[in-house]
Design a protein. Structure first.
Length: 123
Protein backbone atom coordinates (compact mmCIF):
# COMPACT_ATOMS: atom_id res chain seq x y z
CA UNK A 1 0.00 0.00 0.00
CA UNK A 2 1.23 3.47 -0.78
CA UNK A 3 0.50 6.88 0.69
CA UNK A 4 -2.66 8.91 0.18
CA UNK A 5 -3.28 9.71 -3.48
CA UNK A 6 -0.76 7.14 -4.68
CA UNK A 7 -1.84 4.18 -6.84
CA UNK A 8 -2.25 0.76 -5.31
CA UNK A 9 0.18 -1.87 -6.47
CA UNK A 10 -1.10 -5.37 -6.72
CA UNK A 11 1.05 -8.34 -7.62
CA UNK A 12 -0.94 -10.82 -9.65
CA UNK A 13 -0.20 -13.96 -11.68
CA UNK A 14 -1.21 -13.98 -15.34
CA UNK A 15 -3.73 -16.76 -14.64
CA UNK A 16 -5.41 -14.68 -11.90
CA UNK A 17 -5.43 -11.61 -14.16
CA UNK A 18 -7.19 -13.45 -16.97
CA UNK A 19 -9.63 -15.12 -14.58
CA UNK A 20 -10.68 -11.63 -13.47
CA UNK A 21 -10.70 -10.17 -16.98
CA UNK A 22 -12.93 -13.02 -18.18
CA UNK A 23 -15.14 -12.88 -15.09
CA UNK A 24 -14.75 -16.59 -14.36
CA UNK A 25 -16.22 -18.15 -11.26
CA UNK A 26 -16.17 -21.63 -9.71
CA UNK A 27 -15.77 -24.23 -10.98
CA UNK A 28 -13.97 -22.52 -13.91
CA UNK A 29 -10.44 -21.14 -13.70
CA UNK A 30 -7.56 -20.14 -15.97
CA UNK A 31 -5.05 -22.99 -15.92
CA UNK A 32 -2.43 -21.44 -18.18
CA UNK A 33 -1.68 -18.35 -20.27
CA UNK A 34 0.69 -18.51 -23.24
CA UNK A 35 2.02 -15.23 -24.67
CA UNK A 36 3.56 -15.25 -28.15
CA UNK A 37 4.88 -11.70 -28.62
CA UNK A 38 6.41 -12.48 -32.04
CA UNK A 39 3.11 -13.93 -33.25
CA UNK A 40 0.99 -11.26 -31.56
CA UNK A 41 -1.11 -13.87 -29.79
CA UNK A 42 -2.33 -14.80 -26.30
CA UNK A 43 -3.75 -18.28 -25.63
CA UNK A 44 -5.79 -18.64 -22.44
CA UNK A 45 -6.43 -22.22 -21.28
CA UNK A 46 -9.55 -22.58 -19.13
CA UNK A 47 -10.35 -25.66 -17.06
CA UNK A 48 -12.81 -26.70 -14.36
CA UNK A 49 -12.44 -28.22 -10.93
CA UNK A 50 -12.76 -31.99 -10.57
CA UNK A 51 -15.91 -33.59 -9.20
CA UNK A 52 -18.30 -30.92 -10.50
CA UNK A 53 -21.82 -31.99 -11.36
CA UNK A 54 -23.14 -30.68 -14.68
CA UNK A 55 -26.66 -30.21 -15.95
CA UNK A 56 -28.22 -32.14 -18.80
CA UNK A 57 -28.89 -29.42 -21.40
CA UNK A 58 -32.31 -30.95 -22.15
CA UNK A 59 -33.86 -31.57 -18.72
CA UNK A 60 -31.49 -29.83 -16.30
CA UNK A 61 -30.78 -32.93 -14.20
CA UNK A 62 -27.43 -32.69 -12.37
CA UNK A 63 -25.03 -35.46 -13.38
CA UNK A 64 -21.39 -36.37 -13.08
CA UNK A 65 -19.07 -35.49 -15.95
CA UNK A 66 -19.01 -38.50 -18.33
CA UNK A 67 -16.10 -37.23 -20.43
CA UNK A 68 -15.12 -34.19 -22.45
CA UNK A 69 -15.75 -33.28 -26.05
CA UNK A 70 -12.72 -32.49 -28.19
CA UNK A 71 -10.93 -29.35 -26.93
CA UNK A 72 -12.36 -26.20 -28.49
CA UNK A 73 -10.87 -22.82 -29.24
CA UNK A 74 -12.78 -19.55 -29.38
CA UNK A 75 -11.57 -16.15 -30.53
CA UNK A 76 -11.93 -13.53 -27.80
CA UNK A 77 -11.52 -9.79 -27.81
CA UNK A 78 -7.94 -8.64 -28.30
CA UNK A 79 -5.69 -8.11 -25.28
CA UNK A 80 -3.60 -4.97 -25.89
CA UNK A 81 -3.64 -5.63 -29.66
CA UNK A 82 -2.71 -9.30 -29.19
CA UNK A 83 -5.16 -11.75 -30.75
CA UNK A 84 -6.65 -13.66 -27.83
CA UNK A 85 -7.93 -17.23 -27.94
CA UNK A 86 -9.75 -19.22 -25.25
CA UNK A 87 -9.16 -22.98 -25.04
CA UNK A 88 -11.45 -25.30 -23.06
CA UNK A 89 -12.64 -28.88 -22.85
CA UNK A 90 -16.43 -29.05 -22.89
CA UNK A 91 -17.73 -31.42 -20.20
CA UNK A 92 -20.32 -33.94 -21.32
CA UNK A 93 -22.91 -35.79 -19.25
CA UNK A 94 -24.82 -39.00 -19.83
CA UNK A 95 -28.44 -38.48 -18.87
CA UNK A 96 -30.46 -41.64 -18.18
CA UNK A 97 -33.36 -40.06 -20.11
CA UNK A 98 -31.56 -38.19 -22.91
CA UNK A 99 -28.27 -40.06 -23.29
CA UNK A 100 -25.15 -38.11 -24.24
CA UNK A 101 -26.38 -34.97 -26.01
CA UNK A 102 -24.61 -34.35 -29.30
CA UNK A 103 -23.09 -30.92 -29.67
CA UNK A 104 -23.24 -30.33 -25.93
CA UNK A 105 -21.46 -27.00 -25.76
CA UNK A 106 -23.03 -25.08 -22.93
CA UNK A 107 -19.83 -25.06 -20.92
CA UNK A 108 -21.39 -25.46 -17.55
CA UNK A 109 -24.71 -23.78 -18.04
CA UNK A 110 -25.65 -22.89 -14.49
CA UNK A 111 -22.20 -23.80 -13.12
CA UNK A 112 -20.07 -20.69 -12.85
CA UNK A 113 -19.64 -18.07 -15.51
CA UNK A 114 -17.41 -19.46 -18.22
CA UNK A 115 -20.23 -19.08 -20.70
CA UNK A 116 -20.27 -15.32 -19.95
CA UNK A 117 -16.60 -14.95 -20.88
CA UNK A 118 -17.52 -14.99 -24.55
CA UNK A 119 -20.95 -15.27 -26.13
CA UNK A 120 -19.87 -18.08 -28.44
CA UNK A 121 -19.02 -20.29 -25.48
CA UNK A 122 -22.69 -20.84 -24.74
CA UNK A 123 -23.75 -21.86 -28.26
Amino acid sequence: MTGYGQPWRVTMKDTDLYSRILGLSDPWFVADVELDTAGGRVDVHVDHAAGVRWRCPTCGRELACRDHAEPRVWRHLDTCQFKTFLHARVPRVECPEHGVPSGQGALGRGQGTLHHAHGALDH
